[in-house]
Design a protein around this ligand. Structure first.
Ligand SMILES: Cc1cc2nc3c(=O)[nH]c(=O)nc-3n(C[C@H](O)[C@H](O)[C@H](O)COP(=O)(O)OP(=O)(O)OC[C@H]3O[C@@H](n4cnc5c(N)ncnc54)[C@H](O)[C@@H]3O)c2cc1C
Length: 439
């Protein structure tokens, strides 16, 4: 270890680490947590680098957007979760896996050179976009906590603006919400926000839910790829019953000036003030910069020990990696898989120190659950399918089980209980993050 002489005394002074973990999401945070368990009482040092000081529990993001859950409760502070791991909040800007060196840009714009023995990489994914006219300027994603908070405030802002609008066309444009991409994120976000709007609109004397237009556009012939077709059809039926337009086999062709044009000619072009792009993710575009191998979709291939190129000092997990699924093919990019892969990678790193036995990734998908707003959901557990309130409850219970820490679990349960007992909080806090200037 070579201590840095010009740094303040504190946890980050040695810039040599036995293990570097990149990313503080499901893969990174759970890898660090497992390393703490495996290396308990030993001297190996672990550094986790993440751009935010919290882990986003993304399965709860749609509920954070709809206000069923306090947004702060959908994150887990990394400093609360991890006890003996050093944290550096910033981005890994370069990585040399041969020299085992990384450079990190911190929040002050400063740079840190890190040398490491082994690395576990989990920088996740970014929204997969296409060069559709108007998309970059007019659409937003649904991936971060900021996206969820923005979208909630946006919907409530649109209701207030529509209530005050005098022109009917203007009002229609304000109240039209288009979601492009009928996967889990798109369906859950739309369903939760529409459900919130149903509650909120009752407080507006001149508005009704019929004034709102919700449109879901999906390029494939079914919603929710990967889910049992029966459940995908059930989901479609529930959404349509609520008056949501579902356009399958349809693509967004243009949204210049927020005028939406869809393929197929079945839907006349229309104005939509809010357009949300939820049409899939692609791995964080870092692999080529870091000289890592990739498959044709940009994922870093790993073996069943999570090793990159069979190396025992380099591991990749989560949405960044192409992981062999024990059932055949590749494991899906989900939180439940990322956290199990992270544990396997951490155990295998610990094994290189003689602290554990090497392990293979053998996890098979147990099930999937989709919440569709209050009391509505679909769930699949192995070959059994569930719909309605039971599925909604099962989805919630599963997410709660996945969440680490009794304090966080309790906060979430308390939010859910309050949401069942009392009307939804529909305060619009769009000014958050913009402090008032002093006169
Ligand atoms: C809205 C939504 C809902 C979802 N719902 C579910 C669900 O119900 N069930 C389920 O199983 N899965 C769900 N998922 C998928 C799940 O969130 C992902 O599969 C999972 O988060 C993948 O974990 P990860 O660690 O690979 O990536 P992430 O959790 O995204 O973490 C990656 C982290 O790496 C950081 N990072 C990126 N670049 C760098 C860098 N250069 N240096 C340092 N850090 C970096 C990122 O900022 C991020 O914090 C959902 C996803 C979304 C967006």
């Amino acid at each position: 270890m070579s201590p840095n002489s010009d740094t303040l005394p504190g946890s980050l002074s040695p810039m040599w680490y036995d293990v570097l973990v990149v990313g503080g999401g499901f893969g990174g945070a759970f890898a660090a947590l497992e390393l703490e368990k495996q290396l308990d009482g030993r001297s190996e040092r672990v550094l986790l680098v993440a751009p935010e000081s919290f882990m986003l529990f993304s399965p709860l993001l749609p509920e954070a957007a709809s206000g069923t859950l306090e947004p702060r409760h959908s994150v887990i502070p990394l400093r609360e979760l991890l006890g003996r791991t050093d944290l550096l909040i910033g981005h890994v800007t370069s990585l040399d896996v041969e020299a085992r060196k990384a450079r990190v840009a911190d929040l002050n714009g400063g740079e840190h050179d890190i040398e490491f023995g082994s690395a576990i990489l989990s920088p996740g994914s970014v929204p997969a976009t296409f060069p559709i006219p108007g998309l970059a300027e007019n659409a937003v994603g649904f991936k971060s906590l900021a996206d969820a908070i923005w979208l909630r405030n946006r919907v409530l802002h649109q209701l207030d603006a529509a209530e005050a609008a005098r022109d009917l066309d203007h009002r229609r444009r304000l109240l039209t919400f288009t979601f492009v991409g009928g996967g889990y994120a798109g369906v859950e976000a739309l369903a939760e926000l529409e459900s919130m709007t149903r509650d909120a609109v009752k407080r507006y004397p001149t508005l009704s839910i019929a004034d709102c237009r919700w449109v879901l556009v999906e390029a494939q012939d079914s919603l929710l790829p990967g889910l049992h077709p029966k459940l995908a059809r059930f989901t479609e039926k529930v959404l349509r019953r609520r008056g949501i337009e579902v356009h399958l086999d349809t693509r967004l062709e243009s949204c210049v000036d927020k005028r939406v044009e869809l393929s197929g000619g079945r839907v006349a072009p229309y104005d939509s003030d809010t357009i949300v792009w939820t049409a899939g993710q692609r791995p964080a575009p870092l692999a080529s910069q870091w000289g890592l191998p990739t498959d044709d979709r940009g994922f870093v291939p790993v073996d069943d020990h999570m090793r990159v190129d069979g190396r025992s000092d380099l591991y990749a997990v989560g949405d960044f990696a192409a992981v062999p699924d024990p059932a055949g093919g590749l494991a899906p990019n989900t939180a439940q898989h990322a956290l199990r892969q992270a544990k396997v990678a951490a155990i295998n790193v610990a094994a290189t120190f003689g602290a554990a036995e090497p392990r293979r990734f053998t996890y098979r998908t147990r099930g999937l659950a989709v919440t569709l707003g209050k009391w509505q959901g679909t769930a699949q557990v192995k070959r059994f399918t569930f719909t309605g309130p039971l599925a909604w409850w099962m989805g919630r219970s599963y997410h709660l089980l996945m969440m680490p820490g009794i304090a966080r679990k309790s906060r979430v349960v308390s939010d859910w209980t309050m949401a069942l007992l009392f009307p939804r909080d529909v305060s619009q806090l769009g000014q958050l993050g913009t402090p008032s200037p002093l006169e």
